[in-house]
Write a protein that binds this ligand. Structure first.
Ligand SMILES: [Zn+2]
Length: 156
């Protein structure tokens, strides 16, 4: 069977063809995209310059991914995808920071207002504590203008 790269070049595909594993004949669009961006001779040259089989594989994966992204997003290519994931990562880290701060506040609040409930706190699911008990108790405290009669300093 002739690979997509050899078919395009109208030549015989040998069992030692470097491009055959990456460009199957039944998916010629993968080859066309890579060829448009890198050129078939450059891809062959790159593979010849890499000794490690694993790295060859990585290089071809990268070439195929980059050319696919360039075809999908002609203006930004891979950079647009990197920025998109960077933005998602930043959003998630911010969210994680927020949850950590809330958790720290929640722990502090529970420990200072009711020292005897420290074991109760560790048995309570964090989500339940954050979403219901903690939110409700702070809301009630704000509405009532007090802290529910519990000494905020705690008793020794
Ligand atoms: Zn081939």
């Amino acid at each position: 069977m002739v690979c997509a790269a050899c078919k395009y070049q109208r030549r015989k595909c040998s069992p030692s063809c470097d491009l055959a594993p990456y460009f199957p004949a039944d998916k010629p669009e993968i080859f066309y995209k890579a060829h448009r961006l890198f050129g078939v001779s450059n891809m062959v040259k790159m593979l010849k310059n890499i000794d490690d089989e694993h790295l060859k594989d990585e290089a071809m994966k990268s070439i195929i991914f980059e050319s696919d992204m360039r075809a999908r997003f002609p203006a930004t290519g891979c950079l647009g995808v990197i920025h998109m994931y960077g933005g998602m990562l930043k959003k998630s880290v911010d969210e994680l920071d927020h949850v950590r701060n809330l958790l720290a506040y929640c722990k502090q609040h529970n420990l200072s207002s009711a020292p005897s409930t420290s074991s109760h706190f560790s048995n309570t699911p964090i989500g339940a504590n954050l979403n219901t008990s903690f939110m409700d108790s702070t809301k009630e405290a704000q509405l009532n203008g007090d802290n529910g009669g519990v000494d905020p300093q705690g008793k020794p």
